[in-house]
Design a protein around this ligand. Sequence first.
Ligand SMILES: Nc1nc2c(c(=O)[nH]1)N[C@H]1C(S)=C(S)[C@@H](COP(=O)(O)O)O[C@H]1N2
Ligand SMILES: [Mo]
Length: 304
Amino acid sequence: MLIQKPADIHPSEITPPELYARRREFIKTAAVLGAAAWLPPILRGRIAQAADEDLKPTPYKDITSYNNFYEFGTGKTDPAENAGSLKTKPWTVVVEGHCEKPGQYALEDFLASQQPEERIYRLRCVEAWSMVVPWLGIPLNQILPRFQPASNAKYVEFTTLLDPKQMPGQRTRILDWPYVEGLRIDEAMHPLTLLVTGLYGKELPNQNGAPLRLAVPWKYGFKSIKSIVKIRFTEQQPSTTWNREIPSEYGFYANVNPEVSHPRWSQNKERRIGDFFRRDTQMFNGYAEQVAGLYTGMDLHKNF
Ligand SMILES: Nc1nc2c(c(=O)[nH]1)N[C@H]1C(S)=C(S)[C@@H](COP(=O)(O)O)O[C@H]1N2
Ligand SMILES: [Mo]
């Protein structure tokens, strides 16, 4: 086998993630069809369709009316009903911790007028449902370097707005507010990690985490923190909301892993919103080729 060093790889050989995913789906479809060659044409067609549908976007209506955003209530329809009270303009992002350029940035300056791109990602909730979302966003690795993280910046911590006046859920003690999440710096800098500003080609609806949220597609949905107001570079692993709440159930890494059960239910199947049948959950939510290398040598049962 020929092993290329990165410098030998021509830029045209580096496939953008969504093209890569589409090509993979095509290969999968071809493989499934090959195996199904003996089936009657109608069934063959149905199998091809099933393979294609792995990255078929979930309808806009479902993505924007079935949500988890406890700041607006714990029911799935609460965020769509209540998030109108969130004021997203103007919006300020604070950057602090181990970096050369900390400060308070107006959202526009924070994003430095970079054009968001479309990324179609699977989203797998820890509750065993999933969606496919056409996000609009900017890879986080195009934004973080501007703040010149120091060499001891090993992690990045993200914080959601704290304002019980705008966020009625924060008037209850259902979680320890504000919602906080974190990534290892190499996870934050991975090209798949997206800072989301929209979906379906439009501005991000409040219930989906306007005006700025993360999309980390190989991790359970709770890592994809919404309505971010602060980013902090830290040396120690930050404490995160769900890990603090129930450490035996929600780890810091929270990588989608069908082989590691949640203590109260299996994680090896999921129901795609809109589907009737459940489907198999994929290792790293289907992004293993791109991200498995981040965890080489780590025990994923311990670091769940
Ligand atoms: N601030 C904040 N971010 C959050 C949550 C939350 O309750 N508060 N819920 C998380 C969970 S559990 C999931 S599954 C996703 C859901 O994102 P969606 O509603 O856009 O599908 O948001 C995540 N981000
Ligand atoms: Mo979730």
